[in-house]
Design a protein around this ligand. Structure first.
Ligand code: SF4
Ligand code: SF4
Length: 449
């Protein structure tokens, strides 16, 4: 990606790690061949797990609901292939959660595959007229039924963000096209190849939330994505805003400040300042759910890193294993050292390559020994670099020390729960102190308290 500097709008602090997007950015979205088996976790989102709707040895169709949402903050799951279920079991996801899952063996004949599958997701017409004939309630219900959750990684059930709120009206709908995490290019390819679906989804979400204005924020290192979105948005009133390339530009709070100068309170939500944020992939899934009545069964995943032989962007069925994706990309290089779910800043190490891809899996990054070479931890030298880097204005060194000794009172006083685990502090720390791991330990201690 060439670095155009058409806009320098951004937030305070943060970092600019090597982007490493050149590995996969020019690889068009490819459709993964149907795998022999998928394993569909019943918890792929924030909130309550699903109740299973199927038994073992039951035939299921692509898109059939196999797990029902069990609360307001919950989301159903659907079969991502035509096939037959096996006995439910339990898996451990890369984020450490143990979740029940339903294995499905693929049928010999599939109703949708190859280019037809791609077209079903992103191709064809995406009408702009008549969107306001759908009520906000109808749109929210369609998004819930389709199991759409935030595809940027957080996996928050999207229907919750689609409702109108009379008490705290939405002023700005912000669509996140930053993809600031190094290496990952799945959102970038979607913006280039599926701009029409993104624009129609944005119009639907604007209508549903009652937002006064809709904007799409894209970092200025993605000029092709900005051009494709601006072309698709002509005549719609949607503003495609170019932002400075900086990490974590795509985090909700940082996006809100950079795009509309709204500061989200430390422990508050964007909603509290009249803002709602959706990711570009999520917004395309919303358009498909509402206008085509199709559930979220697949997502675009970047398989990349110097440790992978043929980096690609793939449209994959939810529940396919990391192993299948890596093998489809030519396997790992001899110096591959670590497989990460997501990117290197916020991702989780994949301990078991047979673990399933979920709705929140934005990428698979295979790092080499050179990439992960780290120095031994030494004592804090009180240099303050972690404080200068923290986009939330926290004091990471104090938080980490409190977590190390289990002092929950100090953790709360220094707003540990507000930490988004972006990793800026650890990235800058010359003493190699594992600040993010300590924050995660602190969060567990606080939750026990
Ligand atoms: S303390 Fe949390 S929010 Fe601040 S830089 Fe570190 S990981 Fe990011
Ligand atoms: S960056 Fe590391 S060494 Fe410097 S103050 Fe923060 S924790 Fe201490």
């Amino acid at each position: 990606m060439s670095t155009a500097t058409t806009s320098e709008a951004t937030f305070a602090r943060g970092i600019h790690p090597p982007e490493e997007k050149h590995l996969a950015e020019e690889m068009p979205i490819e459709i993964l061949p149907i795998p022999a088996e998928v394993n569909i976790p019943l918890l792929q989102h924030l909130g309550a797990p699903c109740e299973p709707l199927v038994d073992k040895k039951q035939e299921v169709q692509l898109g059939e609901k196999i797990g029902e949402a069990t609360g307001f903050i919950s989301s159903p799951v659907h079969s991502s292939i035509d096939g037959k279920t096996k006995k439910a079991t339990v898996t451990t996801l890369p984020n450490g959660r143990h979740v029940p899952m339903i294995p499905i063996t693929a049928a010999a004949e599939q109703s949708l595959s190859g280019q037809a599958l791609f077209d079903d997701f992103f191709g064809g017409e995406w009408p702009r007229d008549g969107l306001d004939t759908h009520t906000s309630e109808e749109i929210s219900k369609a998004v819930l039924e389709a199991g759409v959750v935030g595809l940027g990684g957080a996996a928050f059930p999207s229907h919750v963000k689609m409702a109108r709120n009379e008490e705290t009206p939405i002023e700005y709908l912000l669509i996140n096209g930053c993809e600031c995490e190094p290496y990952l290019t799945a959102d970038y390819r979607m913006m280039v190849e599926a701009a029409d679906a993104i624009i129609t989804g944005t119009l639907l979400a604007k209508h549903s939330t009652g937002a006064r204005e809709a904007r799409i924020g894209v970092e200025n290192n993605k000029p092709k994505a900005i051009a494709a979105l601006r072309k698709a948005a002509e005549g719609t009133g949607i503003i495609v805003q170019s932002l400075k390339t900086k990490y974590p530009q795509g985090a909700e709070r940082q996006l809100s400040v950079a795009m509309v100068d709204r500061e989200v309170p430390t422990l508050g939500l964007p909603l509290h300042v009249g803002v709602v944020v959706q990711n570009v992939g999520t917004i395309a899934a919303i358009a498909r759910a509402v206008l085509r009545g199709k559930p979220l069964t697949h997502r675009v995943v970047t398989v990349t890193g110097a440790g992978i032989r043929e980096p690609k962007n793939l449209l994959v069925p939810i529940g396919v294993s990391y192993r299948v994706l890596i093998e489809h990309c030519g396997g790992m290089t001899e110096d591959a050292a670590r497989v990460v779910s997501g990117g290197p800043m916020m991702g989780f190490t994949v301990g078991n390559l047979d673990a399933p891809v979920t709705k929140g899996t934005s990428g698979v990054t295979v790092l080499t020994h050179e990439d992960v070479r780290s120095s031994a931890e030494t004592a804090c030298i009180r240099c303050g670099r972690c404080v200068d880097a923290c986009p939330l204005n926290l004091v990471p060194t104090k938080i980490a020390l409190a977590a190390r000794v289990g002092n929950t009172e100090v953790m709360e006083r220094y707003y540990l729960p507000a930490c988004v685990e972006c990793g800026c502090c650890a990235y800058t720390c010359p003493a190699s102190i594992p600040l993010v791991q300590l924050v995660r330990i602190g969060k567990i201690q606080l939750s026990k308290k």
